[in-house]
Design a protein around this ligand. Structure first.
Ligand SMILES: [Zn+2]
Length: 84
């Protein structure tokens, strides 16, 4: 196994998605901000509150789901544009 250097060495490291999930849930409850576990390039798991890191989702039993890319919406269906 060739783990990359950790880009966030100051973060707590978790060996499994289950422990990371538990910590994330606890921090979410304590801080009121959503914490999400994610696998780091260093081979460990960390938790984050950052939106951009949420490419994966971890269930409470530790099952890891990769977030699927959304299909591009057809123009005019996103509802972001105000109708004037
Ligand atoms: Zn790391």
């Amino acid at each position: 196994m060739t783990a990359e250097p950790c880009s966030t060495p100051g973060k707590v490291r978790y060996a499994t998605p289950i422990t990371a999930r538990r910590s994330a849930d606890r921090d979410t409850a304590i801080h009121g901000t959503r914490h999400t576990p994610y696998p780091c390039e260093c081979g460990w798991w960390h938790t984050t509150t950052s939106e951009r890191d949420r490419k994966i989702r971890v269930a409470r039993d530790g099952t890891v789901y990769a977030r699927k890319k959304r299909k591009a919406k057809p123009p005019g269906s996103d509802g972001d544009h105000e109708a004037t």
